[in-house]
Design a protein around this ligand. Sequence first.
Ligand code: GRF
Length: 208
Amino acid sequence: MLRLGVLVSGGGTNLQAIIDRIGSGDITDTEIAVVIASREDAYALKRAEENGIRCLSVVPGRFTDKSSYEEALAGALDEAGAELIVLAGFMIVLSGGFVKKYEGRIINIHPSLIPSFCGNGCYGLKVHEKVLDRGVKITGATVHFVDSGTDTGPIIMQKAVKVLKEDTPESLQRRVMEEAEWEILPAVINAFAHNRIILEDNRAYMEE
Ligand code: GRF
C-alpha cells in the first residue's frame, strides 16, 4: 500500500482528483497518509477533513527560518510514513537539501507543457496569462519529479490541451485542470504505486 504525503497551498482541486480516483478505483493500493497545507486557510484542508484524511497546516511564516520550517514539514511527513510526496498546487519553493532527502519520490504538477511557461515566478494563473499573451495553440500540464531547480526535474507524464480563441486565463486554467491535471496526476500516482515508473539517466518513463 503506497502512502502519500500531499502538500497543498490553495483550493485543493488536484487533491480532490486524487481522493476521487482512489474512491473510484482508478488509483489502487494507495492511501493518503497526510495532507499538509502551507496556509491555514487552504480550502484543501476542508477537502481532507470532509474525507476523514489526516491533515494539518505547517506555515512557513510561523518559523524563524526556512530550515526550521522544512524540518517541521519533513517531521510531519515522516511521522505519517509518507512514501511518495505529491506537490498539488503547493506554492512554496523547497530547498535542495529537502528535495535531496526525498529524491526520486517527490513529484509536482505544473499547468503547462514543460519546458514552456515554467520556472521562477511562472505559476498558477500567470502561466495561462503568458500562454495567451504568446498566442500558442496548444498548452497542457506536466507531472515531473522535483529536483533542486524550479520545474526542472525529469518529466513523467504530459497531456495537451487546445487553446481556444475565446479563452481567458481563467477559462484556460479551468480546462487545463479538468482535461489534463486531474487526469495525469492520478495516473502517475497509480503507476508509482505499481512500480511502473522508470527513472534512469535523469529521464523518467511510465510503463503501460
Ligand atoms: C493548479 O493550476 C495547479 O497546477 C497549480 O496550482 C493550481 C491550483 O491547484 N500548481 P489546486 O486546485 O490547489 O490543486
